[in-house]
Design a protein around this ligand. Structure first.
Ligand code: XMP
Length: 319
């Protein structure tokens, strides 16, 4: 940890020297990388930092609130929240193809981000949470299969044409180091230990067409999955755990009546590098609690299944 303490101090000093009196924009995604970059910059340059959070309507339950609380109350950063749920849902209406979803989300994200960034005067730099593995991957794997299976989109992927100089203070770090740094910078554990979340968010966990109603169902189911895994003390022992809403209805029985409702799949994996992954062998009583709670508490769901596929050949996300 001593090395990271030095790293934080040294990086803060370097950032201050480089930025001088200029303004830096930082996109917040809800993820740990962008939060750590913002926290580091808030320490380094305080009021010269402006953060942008694009609320695409595809975030997990309470995700936006946690970020807004942290960056307005704790770091007192200049935070711009772009309310863009309607715009994203309009773009996604009628779209079922996963890659097309990603393309539209990526494009809408850039539009929203750019429009907000243009309002921030004197911004010269853009801070990004690029990590060491991203640096290697973009150099080495440009033609590798991992890149083409899913078109990745995340906040770290803003295009150069936005016209900012990049600040990437985490370029030499691995994920576990970023987490430690986050704790050192007083970010709450809730943010620091949050499982990774894809840029296109719940849109790729809501199979088929994405609608507000389906997203609401998915958010509730997902919160139960994560909540129960945390309550069982297994959140940090798993790498990613979430709910997927399937476009499949099936017959059930509730009281004396027949139901014909939706299916939720629970996906939980263990992995070191996200390139290969095992499905998590969760205790059966935990799975039972998750299933009972989702079926009882989430309206419109009458069946819960557990995904027992490893990667490869399955991927972690269903789309
Ligand atoms: P897959 O589904 O390819 O996922 O096994 C591997 C890891 O990448 C995440 N993922 C994404 N992250 N944009 C992202 O920023 C994306 O489009 C995307 N698709 C998958 C996934 O959550 C897992 O951690």
């Amino acid at each position: 940890l001593w090395r990271l303490a030095d790293f934080a101090e040294e990086t803060i000093k370097q950032v201050r020297e480089r930025i001088g009196t200029d303004r830096v924009i930082c996109g917040l995604s809800g993820g740990v990388d962008s939060a750590v970059v913002a926290a580091l910059l808030a320490r380094a340059i305080g009021k010269q930092l402006s953060c942008i959070l694009v609320d695409n309507g595809l975030l997990r339950k309470d995700e936006e609130r946690a970020i807004v609380d942290e960056f307005t109350n704790h770091f007192k950063a200049d935070l711009h929240v772009v309310k863009a749920e309607d715009q994203f849902l309009e773009q996604l209406a009628g779209v079922v193809d996963p890659q097309e979803k990603r393309r539209r989300i990526g494009k809408t994200f850039i539009d929203c981000f750019k429009r907000e960034a243009d309002k921030i005067e004197d911004a010269k730099y853009l801070a990004q949470g690029t990590l060491y593995p991203d640096v290697i991957e973009s150099g080495a794997a440009a033609d590798g299969p991992a890149d083409t299976i899913k078109l990745h989109h995340n906040v770290g992927g803003l295009p150069a044409e936005l016209g900012f100089e990049l600040v990437e203070p985490l370029r030499d770090l691995f994920k576990d180091e970023v987490r430690k740094l986050g704790l050192q910078l007083d970010l709450p554990e809730e943010i620091v230990w949050r499982h990774p979340f894809p840029g296109p968010g719940l849109a790729v966990r809501c199979l088929g067409e994405v609608t507000r109603e389906k997203l609401d169902v998915l958010r509730e189911a997902d919160a139960i999955v994560v909540g129960e895994i945390k309550a069982a003390g297994l959140y940090r022992a798993t790498s990613q755990a979430f709910a997927v809403l399937l476009p499949v209805q099936s017959v059930g029985v509730m009281g004396d009546s027949r139901t014909y409702d939706n299916t939720v799949a629970v996906r939980c994996v263990n992995t070191d590098d996200f390139m290969t992954a095992d499905w998590s062998h969760l205790p059966h009583d935990l799975l039972a609690r998750i299933s009972t709670r989702i079926i009882n508490e989430v309206k419109g769901v009458n069946r819960v299944v557990y995904d027992i596929s490893s990667k490869p050949p399955a991927t972690i996300e269903w789309e």
